[in-house]
Design a protein around this ligand. Structure first.
Ligand code: UDP
Length: 446
């Protein structure tokens, strides 16, 4: 048996690239070969943001290759549907040749398995035709994948209509061991018809993958795995290596600033790579941070990006107790002893990173699976609080201050956060369930 060689293909957004890069690092540590496929656009972007410039990581076990996404350089890639359609019509024809070239360079260890994230199922079709094994790495929660896998049944049972909209307000259970979920919180919340139909087709394509690897643990989401025998929890993917796949340059100076703050004093505020805040909400948040009697670290993505922050700070904003950065080394920050709590949009990566750092959350979900993640944080794990909107649909400065104070003063939440951290990290320790699952997967790929 040779060394398994994985070709890994993420949807080119930060929240997919990060977990797949971490997965690659874990595979490399296990002695596997990994070829990581970036779109040309993202490869350039990560390099501009300061990623290492040689194409090799982790002692040359991870090799980077690229293909075009089919869009023009100036096209708006934050229009994800447009990007998806373009990739779907361009990349499948190019992939067989790329695989052939990789194999020609490495005849001893040809590609044995293709691993994709959601929306890149087309690559599993290509692999299948070439007789190469395939798997999905789900960058969202197992529960959100389980809900998507249940779409046909949910439609049949009349819980959602054919466009994914809940037929009435109710709570349901996908399976007897999964916590109740509000049908408003399905991860396709806010999808239009085209997007929802794309998801339905994608779920069928993903059936070509033998495994649906999930960046989670059995304890975090009990019951979710019973939906399909393909589910395999292998998380949390928590490589200690620095993130060499950031699309923005990380501001590392904020770590020194954190060093100077008292223990458990700083409110960390970050909303991931995609969420955009309305101008009036942005200003309200700024003034809320001024109101807090605490230091804060706030990530405001730069405006030179076509979908970055174009908001103006309120004229009466002082900000003297805090630090604002364009992009932070988030995992290091969350693990810093000065952090008191995390005001988060609750993307799954951020959720898991917060869990693994034992930091309590204030939840501020924007779209897709973030509402579901919020309900896990607040109602299932009980390690955070939700931020409620007022009658104008605004999360007010008073609400933010009230909840920060309530959260940081709550010893029970703190204790539960630390306990959940320990339990979650144990699963990737020696003998942990996720470690066992990962070993099984690697052996399968051989
Ligand atoms: N992230 C980061 N620096 C920041 C903000 C976010 O490195 O200033 C990382 C974060 O650690 C996470 C990813 O970006 O790994 C965001 O993924 P998530 O699933 O939380 O949200 P998305 O960006 O997909 O909405």
């Amino acid at each position: 048996m040779g060394t398994p060689h994985f070709l890994v293909i993420p949807l080119p957004v930060q929240g997919h690239v990060n977990p797949l890069m971490q997965f690659s690092q874990v595979l490399a540590k296990h002695g596997c070969k990994v070829t990581f496929l970036h779109t040309e656009f993202n490869h350039k972007r990560a390099n501009t943001a300061g990623a290492s410039h040689d194409n090799n990581h982790e002692g040359s076990q991870i090799k980077l290759v690229t293909l075009p996404d089919g869009l023009d350089p100036e096209d708006d890639r934050s229009d994800v549907l447009k990007l998806l359609l373009s990739m779907n019509s361009t990349m499948p024809a190019l992939l067989p040749k790329l695989i052939e070239d990789i194999n020609a360079l490495d005849v001893e260890d040809k590609i044995t398995c293709v691993v994709v994230t959601i929306n890149m199922g087309w690559a599993l079709e290509v692999a299948h035709k070439l007789g190469i094994k395939g798997a999905l790495l789900c960058p969202a929660s197992a529960t959100s994948l389980a809900s998507a896998a249940c779409i046909p049944r949910l439609i049949e049972d009349g819980i959602i209509d054919s466009e994914g909209r809940p037929t009435k307000k109710q709570e349901i259970q996908l399976s007897p061991d999964i916590p109740m979920m509000d049908t408003e919180n399905f991860p396709w919340r806010g999808f239009n018809k085209t997007f929802f139909e794309h998801l339905e087709r994608e779920m069928q394509t993903l059936e070509l993958g033998d495994w649906w690897l999930c960046n989670t643990t059995k304890d975090l989401e009990p019951g979710a795995f019973s939906i399909s025998p393909k589910f395999l929890p292998i998380g949390p993917l928590m490589s200690n290596e620095s993130n060499n796949s950031s699309f923005w340059q990380e501001d590392t100076a904020c770590l020194q600033w954190l060093d100077q703050q008292p223990p458990q004093s700083v409110v960390y505020v970050a909303f991931g790579s995609l969420a955009i805040m309305e101008q009036n909400q942005f200003q309200e948040l700024a003034l809320a941070l001024d109101l807090l009697n605490k230091p804060f670290l706030w990530v405001v993505r730069p405006s030179n990006d076509n979908k970055g922050n174009n908001n103006a700070y309120p004229h009466d904003f002082v900000g003297s107790k805090g630090k604002i950065v364009g992009w932070a080394p988030q995992k290091k920050i969350l693990n810093h002893p000065s952090i008191a709590c995390f005001i988060s949009h609750c993307g799954w990566n951020s959720t898991l990173e917060g869990v693994c750092s034992g930091v309590p959350f204030l939840c501020w979900p924007f779209f897709t699976d973030q509402f579901l993640d919020t309900s896990y944080i607040c109602d299932v794990w009980k390690i955070g609080l939700g931020l409620d909107k007022d009658e104008n649909g605004l999360i007010s400065r008073g609400e933010i201050r009230k909840k920060v104070e309530k959260l940081v003063g709550n010893e029970e939440v703190k204790a539960r956060s630390l306990k959940l951290k320990e339990k979650t990290l144990n699963s990737v320790g020696e003998g942990g369930q996720s470690s066992k699952n990962l070993n099984m997967f690697i052996n399968w790929a051989k």
